[in-house]
Write a protein that binds this ligand. Sequence first.
Ligand code: PMP
Length: 444
Amino acid sequence: LVELDRAHLIHPVASYRGHEKAGVRVLRSARGATVTDGAGQQLLDGFAGLWCVNLGYGVESVVEAAAQQMRELSYATGYFSLGSEPAIRLAAELAERTPGDLDHVYFTLGGSDAVDSTVRFVRYYQRARGKPEKDQFISLEQGYHGSSTVGAGLTALPAFHAGFGLPYDWQHKIPSHYLYRNPVGADPQAVIAASVAQLHAKVAEIGGPERVAAFYAEPIQGSGGVLVPPDGWMKAMREACRALDILFVADEVITGFGRTGPLFACADEDIVPDLMTVAKGLTSGYVPMGAVFMSQHVYDTIADGAGAAAVGHGYTYSAHPVSAAVGLEVLRLYEAGILENGRKSGRRLMQGLAGLADHPLVGDVRGRGMLAAVELVVDKAARTPLPAASEPARRIFERAWANGLVIRAFGNGVIGFAPPLCATLSEIDAMVERTRRTLDQTLE
Ligand code: PMP
């Protein structure tokens, strides 16, 4: 398999030769929070695949729901006013649980095309209001909004831009709230005030509110290194957007479906965005699916406003009945105890990781619920980042693997944690213990 992989399979990575040099690690099977590799080693999955297997692996009733739907109706398009029962039911169940009036659901295949879809919806909305010149978009440094070309432009990771002229000239960034490395310090009110001021300044710089369409933010920045904003930051930015007459888009692709505690992180923030994206936990990685939630006023404006006849946007696999059937069963299981377990285990995870704060390599511990990170530094007082190219930074992933733990090593010395929400307290304790052992070995 390693040879066949080298010869033929292109991996989703930044470096083409990376997996060829390292040799692929083939995963054979998985149950709950445990994966088994090709050598038969069992590991605790501290990252839920790619922050997506919120439910845990191998749940029989999900398999059965997919199989049953494949037997009954394996495909239906949403075009031509066609539809399927699971897609309609899943949309209705989700609408009942989304914040406020985010009552309209558009299904995609994953997060990137959900973000792409919001860009189209935002532009349709502004056009329908007779304001097509509101066509500029703002997102955050350290933000991640996907790897499709439009989404990659909203993303702030340079590796996703090189060679494509990205970001597009209508895609702008303002600084992140990144509390550990914020030039205004870590005082929550100062950070919030700075972000609001930076949003206003950027809007003014690119032509004023009459040119700006939307602002994008993740409730917690995931791929940027699990950056948790101060309490009240999301609410302040949401209000600033309302005052500026620009749409607020919350990207809950990682934070959705119990990752931070509630079903959606926006509920904890007590905000209702104009649009919201989800994916990952929606189907818990069993099959691909993402979604855009659209508020009533955005929906009505697009449906009834100018240019309504010229709205074209859809995918062959939008609202796939098998994905929707999986989504329904996954949602049922979340509410039958998995979310509750995730909240308990999330408290344990945050406590356990906080216990690593005195480790000589650990500069910062942050997170909420089952979404956390440890930021490693070479000098605690000066907060000097562990160089991305350094031997310890490059080897943390394989060291953790050898210790029976899958983590995410971000390269800049940040280690990410996002265990399946089904993980037991003893599995969480083992993850923390294996992390400590990995850090100790890194020091040696
Ligand atoms: N938005 C956010 C916040 C994400 O974290 C991701 C993926 N990590 C995406 C969008 C893109 O989702 P996908 O990889 O499913 O296309």
